[in-house]
Design a protein around this ligand. Structure first.
Ligand code: ADP
Ligand code: MG
Length: 326
């Protein structure tokens, strides 16, 4: 199978929203008037973001999911994406499930594959997504990292730490009961981009970011961009885990659960801030987008993050530089 057959077979589809898709030198996108184009790229590299032999269907899903997560963090509606692919071989047994995983998520978000590039080389998947945000009279409704103000509430969507729990299980750090391992592994391999929540938070959240490198690190980017600090309080070490509870306590120390929640990475949830007067509106946005949201703290003017346990006791630990559980 040559390069052009491969593209035609797996990646060339009629487009509906775009003016021109795969097949010419450029794709052409239609942007609604009074909107801005939101653009983001993310790359998945074998050996760095996934291991050799990773399920191609999961890779297709995740490669697009991590990009859609960036659009979600901006409150942008997905429009289209391009796919730059380096492949060791044109293997239908890999390409077919990869395209299925990729395009199923694309269809779910009405985000069209409009172009890309294909070359031989070590497996590398680079996607650029395009979305749109209302910007009537130049006033952009995009959610930025820089808008958090002292007194704002801090929220996170969904659950945190499960992807890292799964990764450490695969690395042999601990053994999870199979029911928990299934939940955690799905979070690692098939993250859910919070696109509907991001759009529902337009005009409501003062700042937002998606959590790819861990809650504290990514919240830290918001604090830095906004020139503020935060206090974060958790009801229990495993509070934000989907897998948390007695069954997990029996096999993973709570300090490690906490490390996964605070600094695990690969979560693709949203962290965002909103004024306390918006609590009902945030709850309504969570409902309409069918996305659970938890309030975890407050923005303060004093820089840095103060981390508190259930009883308000300070929690100490060098979470940001946490990497392995050494
Ligand atoms: P050019 O040489 O002009 O860059 P290519 O020969 O690389 O064009 O690609 C031909 C067409 O196929 C272009 O429209 C390009 O966007 C598209 N394309 C190439 N690779 C991919 C891919 N992996 N996914 C989707 N479209 C692709
Ligand atoms: Mg090309």
């Amino acid at each position: 199978m040559g390069e052009f057959d491969l593209i035609a077979r797996y990646f060339r589809h009629p487009v509906r929203r775009a003016a021109l898709g795969v097949g010419d030198d450029c794709a052409l996108l239609r942007i609604a008037s009074g909107h801005q184009l939101a653009v983001s790229s993310d790359m998945l590299v074998q050996g760095r973001h996934f291991l050799e032999g990773a399920d191609p269907r999961d890779l297709g899903h995740k490669a697009l999911a991590v990009n859609l997560s960036d659009l979600a963090a901006c409150g942008a509606q997905p429009l289209a994406f391009t796919l730059a692919l380096a492949l060791p071989a044109a293997d239908p047994l890999w390409l077919e499930p990869f395209a299925q995983g990729l395009l199923a998520l694309a269809r779910a978000h009405e985000c069209e594959l409009v172009g890309g590039d294909t070359t031989a080389g070590p497996l590398n998947i680079c996607i650029t997504v395009f979305g749109e945000v209302p910007a009537a009279d130049g006033a952009s409704q995009a959610l930025l990292r820089s808008g958090a103000r002292p007194g704002d509430d801090i929220y996170v969507s969904g659950t945190l730490g499960d992807a890292r729990l799964a990764l450490e299980s695969l690395r042999g750090q601990w053994t999870l009961p199979s029911a928990l391992l299934d939940v955690a592994t799905r979070r690692l391999h098939q993250p859910t981009p919070r696109v509907a929540l991001g759009m529902a938070l337009r005009g409501l959240a003062s700042a937002a970011i998606d959590i790819s490198d861990g809650l504290l690190g990514d919240l830290g980017h918001v604090l830095e961009a906004s020139g503020v600090g935060a206090r974060v309080q958790l009801a229990a070490p495993g509070q934000l885990l989907a897998c948390g509870g007695e069954a997990l306590d029996a096999c993973v120390p709570q300090s490690h659960q906490l490390a996964c929640v605070l600094a695990g990475g690969d979560d693709y949830e949203l962290a965002f801030t909103a004024a306390p007067g918006q609590r009902d509106a945030v709850a309504a946005a969570a409902r309409t987008s069918a996305t659970p949201v938890t309030r975890i703290g407050r923005i303060e003017s004093e820089p840095d993050i103060r981390l508190l346990g259930a009883l308000g006791e300070p929690l100490r630990g060098d979470w940001r530089s946490f990497d392995h559980f050494s």
